[in-house]
Design a protein around this ligand. Structure first.
Ligand code: 5RP
Length: 226
């Protein structure tokens, strides 16, 4: 069993009967979906799932998990997802899967948000290893780019996987990838990106995680927020 699978199985132990569970997106979240589906099938675990992307909805339905659309939900019990970077204060960088609106909605409106990573994702500040993604209204991208460049960022419009067009989120946004020349902490980044008109959502998840489960060579450490 690899570290991603290990940490996902540990998170699935926190799911109880009658919970509504938000499903994250990415390879670690897929292991969580798989384990949740196994518990549902083999142990009769009663849950309702809500997906953070088209990709996680497909995984869930293929494996027989009952899904409810986000528009029917006011709050959920638990959200479990991966992340690209995590700081010592549990700020997260997310968004390589780029469905940030749904991911942040689930993170913000869950009673508990568990983040699953391996040790390689621990960083001292956000943006250390990956650019910071921002979903933008398609007609606004040039203005958003210019605003962010004025605030010290280098900005590139994300290409799709085939590199023959632009990446488009499931509800039609474009994605900008940002690298800031100056070092900003996660709350400064969060505030700065929240204040740029035309940005629909961004990959800085500040003060949202309840716990980070870190896998390291076959062992899992659970770090809970005080
Ligand atoms: C998707 C995400 C993912 O959770 C993040 O990219 C981690 O992915 P993986 O589990 O495949 O390493 O934020 O938007």
């Amino acid at each position: 069993m690899n570290d991603k699978e290990l940490v996902a199985i540990q998170a699935a132990r926190h799911v109880k009967d009658d919970m509504t569970v938000g499903l994250g997106t990415g390879s670690t979240a897929n292991y969580f979906i798989k384990e949740l589906a196994r518990r549902h099938r083999e142990e009769g675990l009663r849950i309702t799932a809500a997906s953070s992307s088209v990709a996680s909805a497909l995984q869930a339905t293929e494996q027989g998990l009952p899904l409810v659309a986000l528009e029917h939900l006011g709050r959920i019990d638990l959200y479990v997802d991966g992340a690209d970077e995590v700081t010592p204060r549990m700020a997260l960088l997310k968004g390589r899967g780029y469905d940030l609106v749904r991911e942040k909605l689930l993170a913000r409106n869950s009673d508990m948000f568990i983040v699953l990573i391996d040790k390689s994702k621990l960083v001292s500040r956000l943006g250390e290893k990956f650019p910071i993604p921002a979903e933008v209204m398609p007609f606004a991208w040039q203005m958003v780019k210019a605003s962010l460049e004025g605030l010290g960022a280098s900005v590139s419009l994300r290409q799709n996987a085939a590199k023959d067009g632009w990446a488009i989120t499931s509800h039609g946004s474009l994605v900008l990838d940002l690298e800031f020349k100056q070092h900003l902490d996660s709350s400064e980044l969060n505030q700065l990106l929240n204040n740029v008109p035309g940005i629909v959502e961004h990959g800085v998840f500040n003060d949202l995680a309840s716990a980070v489960f870190v896998a390291d060579n076959g062992k899992v450490e659970e770090i809970w927020k005080n």
